[in-house]
Every structure is written in structure tokens, then in C-alpha cells.
Design a protein around this ligand. Structure first.
Ligand code: SIN
Ligand code: FE
Length: 289
């Protein structure tokens, strides 16, 4: 079963002892979820107005900020400035937290996108492939990452509603189940997809397998129902983090969450042999990059 480990931190910039760091590293690199039940992202008075789905522009599910441009939001210039400021503040909090718990990751903490999710976690009409209420590992068709890790920090800012997830089986068990049914990447397909700009860069064999794992698991309704899984509730005012390319997760319910993505090269891990890349290479018996 996927490990769920809680830590009693209450400050984003808290100093973490060597034992705390060690537990945090073993938890997330081992494919578990690290939960900080008392670590809240507090909205400032005027930011509470952003707890409404009306700030989404209807096209995108999330409001996102890359440090420069705010996407997916609507409002006046001053609203959008305040929204950007709030999302940046969360990015800084998440960066401080990750740097304190995982010093080796510190150089990478501010490199990726931050999102504010004012929409209900489930309920939008989407295709099965985009349906995040089905258990999945994160893998994105247009963004090959060649083994780079996807670390995500989440914080529930709802005043009254838990964010609820299902968390599934361990990565290796999922890979063992679905890998035998996944065929090889078609020769020449990676170059074709990149040339047609379907993908940003070349899709490696690793990316091919991760996408197939994502798709096969979501498409298999029997598996969705009967695989080992647990329901996890993240209450208002809590924060949690995991490698979402490794933890099988599915949204069940909730509204109003922040999420920070951090991309990490495998070489930044404390134990690269625990990565999906190393696991898939072991199971396939060959290099995948
Ligand atoms: C996901 O990241 O797949 C969904 C998580 C959520 O909306 O809580
Ligand atoms: Fe996901």
C-alpha cells in the first residue's frame, strides 16, 4: 500500500532536523504521500474574494502562473494583479517548504508552474483520458520529460470542505500489472510527433511507457474499482506533497486548492533507484532514454 506519513510542521519556513528530512525524503521518494495537517496557506483578508469559481475563464480548469503570466483567469486588471500576487506567494511558500525538507531539491524549486484551482475537483465533462477522478500517475502527452520527476505540493484553502483523493497501489505493482500489455514505441513516431509539434521535444521510450500506464489504468474500469486503494481526506488548512508521476491518485471531491509543480532531474534525487525511470528500466531490462 502507498504510505501516508504526517509531519507536524506549522510554518512554511520552519527549520527541519536531519531526522525530519530523512523521513520526508524516504516518504516521497519511496512513493508515499507526505501530509502536513497543520501547515495552512492563509489567505489575506482581500484574497478571500478569490474563493469563487467565477475567477476561472471557463476555458481552463485551473488558474496558473509561471512567474510572469497568469493564465485561465478573468477579472479586472487589479483583480488579476492581486490573483498573481496570491499565487506567487503560494509558490514562494512551497519553495521554502521543499528547500527546508529536501535541501538537494532547492535549486529546482522555482522552475515550474503554480496553480490555483477554484473549480470543484470533479464534475466537469471531460474525456476518460483527462478524467482525474480515475486513478492515474501524471504523464502528459504533449510534454515528454525523459525521466524528469514531477513533485507536487498541494494545499487545501477551502473554508469548510476536505479535499478527498483515492490513492492507489505502489508504482511498481501498477507497472508490473500493465507493462506486459504495452507494446513498443513505433519507430519514427517520436520524431514525427515532435515535427508536427504534437509534443514539445522527442517522446522517449520512458515517456511512451508512462503515458501508456496513465492511459491503461484510466481505461480499465475493473481495475479502477478493484485495485488496492484507500480514500484520503485532506482537511481545510492542510498541505501535502508527493511525486505525482509515481503515486496513483484520483480526485474524489473538494474545491479551492493550490498546487505547485517542481520538476527535478533524476540526478537530484537522494535515491535515483526509487524513480519510475529506474523501476521501468529494471522491469523492461534495458535503458529507456
Ligand atoms: C490530480 O492532480 O490528478 C487531481 C488532484 C485534485 O484535483 O485534487
Ligand atoms: Fe494527476
Amino acid at each position: 500500500m502507498t504510505a501516508l506519513i504526517s509531519l507536524d510542521l506549522a510554518e512554511w519556513r520552519e527549520w527541519a532536523s536531519a531526522e525530519t528530512q530523512d523521513l520526508a525524503v524516504k516518504t516521497i521518494e519511496g512513493g508515499g504521500v507526505l501530509i502536513l495537517p497543520r501547515l495552512a496557506f492563509i489567505l489575506m483578508g482581500s484574497e478571500r474574494r478569490f474563493l469563487s469559481a467565477q475567477w476561472s475563464d471557463d476555458k481552463a480548469k485551473n488558474i496558473s502562473f509561471d512567474g510572469r503570466t497568469l493564465k485561465g483567469a478573468r477579472g479586472s486588471v487589479s483583480d488579476l494583479t492581486d490573483l498573481s500576487r496570491m499565487v506567487s506567494r503560494f509558490a514562494q511558500c512551497a519553495a521554502d517548504l521543499v528547500s527546508a525538507l529536501f535541501p538537494r531539491y532547492a535549486p529546482f524549486v522555482l522552475s515550474a508552474r503554480t496553480s490555483f484551482r477554484p473549480q470543484p475537483a470533479v464534475g466537469r465533462a471531460v474525456s476518460w483520458r483527462k478524467d482525474d477522478s480515475r486513478l492515474h500517475i501524471d504523464a502528459f502527452p504533449s510534454r515528454p520529460n525523459r525521466g524528469e520527476r514531477i513533485l507536487r505540493v498541494f494545499s487545501n484553502v477551502s473554508p469548510d470542505e476536505d479535499r478527498v483523493w483515492r490513492v492507489g497501489d505502489r508504482f511498481e505493482a501498477v507497472a508490473r500489472k500493465f507493462l506486459p500489455r504495452i507494446g513498443r514505441q513505433l519507430p519514427g513516431s517520436a520524431r514525427l510527433l515532435a515535427t508536427l509539434r504534437v509534443t514539445k521535444g522527442l517522446r522517449s521510450e520512458y515517456d511512451h511507457l508512462m503515458l501508456a500506464l496513465h492511459d491503461r489504468a484510466k481505461a480499465d474500469l475493473d481495475y479502477q474499482k478493484s485495485c488496492p486503494q484507500q480514500v484520503v481526506r485532506f482537511p481545510p488548512g492542510s498541505t501535502w506533497l508527493c511525486f505525482s508521476d509515481q503515486v496513483m491518485h484520483a480526485a474524489v471531491s473538494g474545491q479551492y486548492m493550490f498546487e505547485q509543480t517542481i520538476h527535478l532531474p533524476v540526478s537530484a534525487l537522494y535515491d535515483p533507484s526509487s524513480s519510475p525511470l529506474a523501476t521501468l528500466e529494471r522491469l523492461r531490462g534495458k535503458p529507456l532514454l
